[in-house]
Write a protein that binds this ligand. Structure first.
Ligand code: FAD
Length: 84
């Protein structure tokens, strides 16, 4: 849907922010579940899951933190209180 809108030349700021927010949250929850599955082994640096757990965390910070994405989405949905 976002790609189609982009191709049509529409503003996809809201869609892109939603996609980034969702991707960041997935990159937190999936490695977390994987690490839990591996138990203590997943927690050690020798295990690639441990690396993924740390590296995936950046997605919710870099290029605009999750909170920034939420701010952009809220602004586009006109759900922020009006500034006076
Ligand atoms: C490994 C790595 C590589 C990087 N590479 C690049 C790069 O190649 N190019 C580049 O330009 N930058 C790069 N960065 C910088 C990255 O883009 C910033 O770290 C990111 O934008 C977040 O800014 P910050 O670290 O100053 O955190 P801050 O902006 O200080 O955010 C810290 C926390 O404050 C809160 N917060 C911040 N703003 C708001 C808000 N408006 N509303 C509500 N809460 C808020 C959030 O909880 C957020 O997580 C990189 C960072 C890292 C760690």
């Amino acid at each position: 849907m976002a790609t189609q809108h982009y191709i049509e030349g529409k503003d996809v700021t809201e869609w892109a922010s939603m996609a980034k927010l969702k991707a960041g949250r997935l990159l937190r929850s999936v490695p977390d579940a994987c690490l839990q599955y591996w138990g203590g082994m997943g927690y050690t640096w020798d295990n690639p899951v441990s690396r993924l757990y740390r590296d995936g965390r950046l997605a919710s910070i870099g290029g605009g933190a999750d909170e920034v994405m939420l701010g952009i989405i809220s602004k586009h949905m006109h759900t922020l209180p009006a500034h006076r």
